[in-house]
Design a binder for this molecule. Structure first.
Ligand code: DX5
Ligand code: ZN
Length: 237
């Protein structure tokens, strides 16, 4: 799917619920993909961790290539690796439709980050910038022209199942004037998704809220309806 087609889908299908495969049963990956497809998942969010940028290890291009052969769903890779530039071509060749890189990996060179984002777009994929909870939005403002998507981390990256950090809502509000796809990742469930939607997020990465549920279709439906329902911070936290 072309970058423009994918961006159009993301914009028109909001709230976009992106299952984070970190929470899936990797022993039954094919079955998990079938269940998510049948449940109407619009895409898959792939958490790539190197044990260095974050204190956890997951998988890389080899597994993504296999996943690519199982599904036509858009594959959105969230690279939690210290040197995304070095491995970028491998992720693109493996069949990623979108690649998000962390701004914290480029603290000494915005030019290098802009170059990576441009390489992603030139390959026909959606480019994204991810922002850790402790990184202010001012760090990414000069790079917004180079990206399609911004991923606000509402937990410290590395593990699923953590509690939503309510401070991330302010970052979503700070981005409300941009025309970028605004995504949020970490601790998103029926209690928190409405807060994030009201603050401006339109794509929602969900691990536990889907994979801990017995019925993925019902979980996706619950998340979609909760996104546009009014929630207060007191209810959520
Ligand atoms: C955390 C990952 C998330 C994680 C979300 O580093 O980026 O995508 O899987 O899991 P939940 O939804 O359980 O917080
Ligand atoms: Zn993620």
């Amino acid at each position: 799917m072309s970058r423009q087609d994918l961006l159009e889908i993301y914009r028109s299908a909001t709230p976009v619920i992106a299952p984070s495969m970190l929470g899936c049963d990797f022993g039954n990956l094919h079955r998990e993909v079938e269940l998510l497809t049948a449940a109407g998942a619009p895409m898959l969010h792939l958490d790539v961790m190197d044990g260095h940028f974050v204190p956890n290890l997951t998988y890389g291009p080899v597994v993504i290539r296999q996943l690519r052969s199982l599904t036509r769903l858009p594959l959105d890779a969230h690279l939690m690796i210290s040197d995304p530039a070095q491995y970028l071509d491998e992720f693109l060749d493996a069949g990623c439709d979108g690649i998000t890189v962390h701004v914290e990996c480029f603290s000494d060179s915005r030019t290098a980050m802009a170059d990576v984002l441009e390489r992603i777009q030139a390959a026909g994929a959606v480019a994204g910038i991810a922002v850790n909870p402790s990184t202010p939005i001012t760090e990414i403002q000069p790079l917004l022209n180079h990206t399609d998507q911004v991923l606000i981390m509402s937990v410290e990256p590395g593990f699923g199942g953590q509690a939503f950090q309510v401070e991330s809502l302010e970052k979503l509000r700070q981005l409300s004037e941009t025309d970028k796809i605004i995504a949020i990742d970490g601790g998103i469930g029926p209690e928190t998704i409405g807060l994030a939607y009201a603050a401006g997020a339109r794509m929602f990465v969900c691990g536990s809220a889907i994979f801990d549920a017995p019925d993925y279709s019902a979980a996706l439906q619950t998340l979609r309806s909760a996104a546009t329902s009014v929630t207060t911070v007191q209810e959520a936290c």
